[in-house]
Design a protein around this ligand. Structure first.
Ligand SMILES: [Fe+2]
Ligand SMILES: [Fe+2]
Length: 224
């Protein structure tokens, strides 16, 4: 039987952390957006592409869309952290934390692109993080295969959303487009991996509710 590390976890020095300690550490990690986090990582998908001379309306449009994507990545990271906190299977927890690290890279790409566009992330980012963390933990309590089902559905909806952004982003904004394309490839893989690990299919009303919650976030993040 897998060891249940939901309640406590030991670090390298033998210190024990309660579930509350772990949750607070995750929250701190989510909020820890110092100046270095805005620097594009080594694999920044836009690195080799030209900075297009965008019109003011195209720049604003791209910035709004990339702000929504940034908020989505804050939420994705938080969902995975919340789910990992309550996961009972050490292998699944490891998988969730690995995916969370990839979402963090996406977040950094979006933040870097927002800076290039002369824009800033959503002011509601802490709210997106806390809300999504709670949703992730709540979903995870249902059990690991439901947890994976939630991951699969989330990633499928994110892929659809990113495809819609590829339609909406200015054609000439190659840098934003390259970032969205790279994220879409990773999110597709995250969904496929969850399915391969034995995800349950979520009931349609839950899928519909998830779309509605995501819609509220997109509306808020584009504007605030
Ligand atoms: Fe992502
Ligand atoms: Fe993902």
């Amino acid at each position: 039987m897998p060891q249940n590390t939901l309640m406590t976890k030991n670090d390298r020095n033998g210190r024990r952390y309660s579930a509350l300690d772990q949750a607070l550490m995750r929250l701190q990690q989510g909020f820890n957006r110092d100046s270095s986090s805005a620097a594009p990582s080594k694999n920044y998908p836009a690195a080799a592409l030209p900075q297009a001379d965008l019109s003011e309306s195209a720049r604003r449009r791209a910035a709004g869309l990339m702000r929504v994507n940034h908020a989505g990545e804050v939420s994705a990271q938080a969902l995975y952290h919340g789910q990992a906190l309550v996961s009972r299977d050490p292998e699944i927890r490891k998988h969730l934390l690995h995916a969370a690290a990839e979402e963090r890279a996406h977040l950094q790409w979006c933040e870097a692109r927002l800076g290039e566009l002369g824009a800033r992330p959503s002011r509601l980012s802490p709210f997106w993080y806390v809300g999504s963390f709670a949703i992730g933990a709540f979903a995870g309590v249902a059990g690991d295969r439901w947890n994976l089902g939630f991951v699969e559905e989330t990633e499928r909806q994110v892929v659809e959303h990113l495809e819609s952004h590829l339609e909406q982003l200015p054609r000439e904004d190659q840098r934003s487009r390259a970032i969205v394309e790279a994220m879409k490839a990773d999110e597709t893989r995250h969904g496929d991996e969850a399915a391969a690990a034995g995800a349950y299919a979520l009931p349609p009303p839950i899928k519909a509710l998830m779309r509605r919650v995501a819609g509220v976030m997109k509306f808020g993040a584009y504007r605030l």
